[in-house]
Design a binder for this molecule. Structure first.
Ligand SMILES: NC(=O)c1ccc[n+]([C@@H]2O[C@H](COP(=O)([O-])OP(=O)(O)OC[C@H]3O[C@@H](n4cnc5c(N)ncnc54)[C@H](OP(=O)(O)O)[C@@H]3O)[C@@H](O)[C@H]2O)c1
Length: 173
C-alpha cells in the first residue's frame, strides 16, 4: 500500500491527492510508464476489502480485466465480469480459490484485510511506498496488529519525486 510517513493509507475525507508527489529528489530514479506497465503485467489477480473496492469504484476502476476478489459479508452485486465477492475463512479462500489458480496475488488493501492476511500467515511479502508527506489523521496501515513479525528487507527504491518503495519478505518462524 501507499502510505504517508506517519503511517496513514487513507485520509478521513477520502481525498487521494496526497498520493501524487510534487517533491524532487535528484538521486532518485524516474518512475516510467514502462516500469509501471511491467509491474502491472506481473500481477495475476487482485484481492481487496469491500471498503477499498467501493473507493476504487468511486475514484475510477484501475484494475481493467484482471481478476479481482473482493472480501465482503454483504450481498454486493456488480456487472464487472472479472469481479468476484467472497466471504468466510481467508485460509480457505487463499488455499482453495487463489493459490491453485494464480501465482502473483496482489493484496491491494485496505488496512483491515491486510492485517488479517498478515496475522493468519497468508502474506509472503509487504510492498509499501512511502510518500513524502505527514497526514496527521486517517486510516493507519498498521494499528495494533497484535503480533510480532520479523521481516527481511528485499529491496528499496527511491524515486525522483521523493517516493520510497520498500519491499519486505515476511519471515516464517
Ligand atoms: N494507500 C493505499 O495504497 C490504499 C490501498 C488500499 C486501500 N486504501 C484505502 O483504505 C481504505 C479502506 O481500508 P479499510 O481498512 O477501512 O477497509 P478494507 O480492508 O478495504 O475493507 C474492510 C472490509 O472488508 C470486508 N472484510 C474484511 N475481512 C473479511 C473477511 N474475512 N470476510 C469477509 N469480508 C471481509 C468487510 O466488509 P463488509 O463490511 O462488506 O462485510 C470489511 O468491512 C479506503 O479509503 C481505501 O481507499 C488505501
Amino acid at each position: 500500500m501507499v502510505s504517508s510517513l506517519d503511517g496513514f493509507i487513507a485520509k478521513k475525507d477520502g481525498n487521494v491527492s496526497w498520493m501524487r508527489s510534487t517533491d524532487k529528489y535528484d538521486k532518485g530514479i524516474t518512475l516510467t510508464d514502462e516500469y509501471i506497465s511491467e509491474f502491472l503485467k506481473s500481477i495475476d489477480c487482485y484481492v481487496m476489502g469491500s471498503k477499498t473496492y467501493q473507493h476504487a469504484l468511486e475514484l475510477g476502476w484501475p484494475y481493467g480485466d484482471i481478476p479481482v476478489f473482493v472480501l465482503t459479508n454483504k450481498n454486493l452485486i456488480t456487472d464487472k465480469k472479472n469481479v468476484k465477492f467472497y466471504s468466510g475463512e481467508l485460509e480457505k479462500i487463499v488455499n482453495d480459490k487463489l493459490k491453485p489458480n494464480f501465482k502473483n496475488i496482489w493484496m491491494v488493501g485496505g488496512s483491515i484485510l491486510t492485517k488479517e492476511f498478515i496475522r493468519k500467515g497468508l502474506a509472503d511479502k509487504i510492498v509499501t511506498t512511502i510518500m513524502p508527506v505527514i497526514l496527521g489523521n486517517g486510516t493507519l496501515f498498521f494499528d495494533y496488529i497484535g503480533q510480532e513479525h520479523l521481516l527481511h528487507l528485499e529491496d528499496v527504491l527511491a524515486f525522483d519525486d521523493g517516493m520510497v518503495e520498500l519491499c519486505y519478505e515476511i519471515k516464517r518462524e
